[in-house]
Design a protein around this ligand. Structure first.
Ligand code: PAF
Length: 275
């Protein structure tokens, strides 16, 4: 695996490569990330991953400073996964001057759900992803469905800017008890880790209610919030939305149920498509 620390180094590694498949990450890699690399390897001639903890997508009170940085083990995992090129710039290399030019995603998609509770989050994500796309110039970009709204915001950005990139979504990787793999799971204490499975179980119950024909979506959402709260969670939202645009559902739309909730000091998100 070649490692590039700067944009010129990356360009050298890529050479004239036309069919790169790209997996952007913030590091602290787990099997979910590695499944994205695996997918990337099936798509392009060259798999490229990036590790960059992007300050722009963290609010001042969030965990930018403490976000786990696990360089050695990340490199080992990427090597073992067969990644060809790792782009790992430091802040100076990616943002040599203040990044005042930003990508403002469509508020209809980016200011709801995660964007409502983390204002500016998707501007930070889109700005860094656009910049990483400019550096890597991939033909494919692979993102996890775990960050469902992020995937939709990026797909929309790529479409609106006519970027010549196929955005590919990969199913959420889950632990045996159903917990979606996430870097932030590492913040959970032992008891919290056991309790954390309730988030996916709550989503499964909500999805089952829809499959069983219940159509009072507000009641299903409220029940899920009450159930989590009763167990000591602090839910930000449990929302049934259309898969196509994350807006409120109309009869017959394929739906997704999304949730964000805090367990102790750890904020977890998850979602489930309802087929
Ligand atoms: O999903 C993530 O890890 C980040 O939001 C991303 C896409 C790497 C941008 O920093």
């Amino acid at each position: 695996m070649q490692i590039a620390r700067t944009i010129p180094e990356l360009r050298k590694c890529l050479g004239g490569q036309r069919r790169a498949a790209f997996v952007p990450t913030m590091g602290n890699l787990h099997d979910g990330h590695l499944s994205l690399v695996e997918k990337a390897r099936t798509l392009g001639d060259l798999s490229v991953a990036s590790i960059f903890v992007n300050r722009l997508q963290f609010l001042p009170h969030e965990d930018f400073d403490t976000y786990p940085r696990t360089w050695e083990s990340d490199c080992e995992k990427l090597r073992a996964a067969g990644c060809d090129v790792l782009f790992a710039p430091d802040e100076k290399a990616l943002y040599p001057e203040p990044q005042t030019c930003k990508v403002q995603p469509d508020p209809a998609l980016a200011d709801i759900l995660e964007g409502h509770f983390r204002p500016g989050f998707f501007t930070g994500v889109c700005t860094v992803v656009m910049k990483l796309f400019a550096c890597v110039q991939p033909q494919f970009a692979v993102f996890g469905k775990k960050d469902y709204q992020q995937l939709m915001v990026i797909r929309h950005m790529v479409r609106q800017f006519a970027l010549p990139i196929d955005v590919v979504g990969v199913e959420t990787h889950r632990a045996e008890d159903g917990l979606a793999l996430s870097t932030r799971n590492g913040y959970l204490g032992k008891d919290e880790r056991v309790e954390a499975r309730q988030l996916s179980q709550t989503l499964r119950s909500a999805a089952q209610a829809v499959r069983d024909g219940e159509r009072d979506f507000a009641a299903i959402e409220a029940r899920a919030v009450v159930a989590l709260s009763a167990r000591g969670w602090k839910p930000d939202y449990v929302a049934l939305r259309r898969q196509s645009d994350l807006q409120a559902p109309v009869a017959g739309d394929p739906l997704v149920v999304l949730a964000a909730a805090r367990l102790g000091n750890t904020r977890l998100i998850d979602n489930l498509e309802i087929d």
